[in-house]
Design a protein around this ligand. Sequence first.
Ligand code: F6R
Length: 285
Amino acid sequence: MSDTPFCQCPVVPGPPRLVRGNTERERMPTVVVEQAADVAILLADRISATIARCVFEKGRCVLGLASGRTPIGIYRELVRRHVTGDLDFSRVATFNLDEYYPIDPANRRSYRYYMEENLFRHVNIDPSNAHMPDGSVHRDDVDGLCAAYEEMIRAAGGIDFQILGIGRTGHIGFNEPGSTPGSRTRLITLDAITRCDAASDFPDEVSVPAEAITMGIATILEAREIALIATGEHKADIVRRAIEEEPTAEVTASFLQGHAGTTAWLDRAAAGRLTRLRLADEGPG
Ligand code: F6R
């Protein structure tokens, strides 16, 4: 996160341009577009369509949301559509994937603060429908909070559309390497790489909380539709492992291969190590 969490990055006009190629090695449906801004438009389209369909069919829509840099352009586009009167959040409930622990929700480095700044305070969501794990509960109460979070998701009818970033450890949510497909919402120790990547949002690396509360892999896999989103060259290695290699607890995003409603959405830079891009680089001959 920067000092101004609300992203000012330009959204490119015109239809997103798809990057095609040989997809034989890809173990989940994958959409590659030229730029991160194209990813933002496509995801805003999917989310808008999901809200419209779910509200029509059952009177409400439940979104699973992520923090971090990746979804900022998506939130910006959703806010733009709301401001122009094209998107209504009055029947939307949200559940965020994770929150640092311990952290006060009012702390500007908390994911609660991030969500308020980047989405919630700009749209007409009922604040009581915008759910996040509370990073300020007493340690003795964390297990109860996690069980209650699972129950709240169930009571809301489950998640209709879940957006996910991917960490350089291959994590989704904060399900670091070793997390199992059966894992549920819980307290987890953050990987050293994850804390290093988060350091720019904090005064220094030691100030990054050592733990987080995260939805589990099983919780995530219960969502009806899942979008795994990655932008930027620094994600290219881990994206290839998640999409082209056998599922493994070493790269927990790879467990999404077993979920029929998952699509990976990538910009060209994040897709750069996929076979479809490497073969294209080698040319036809
Ligand atoms: C954040 C989350 C994480 C991030 C991932 C990528 O809520 O669940 O899994 O999505 O660490 O972070 P960025 O987008 O900052 O590269």
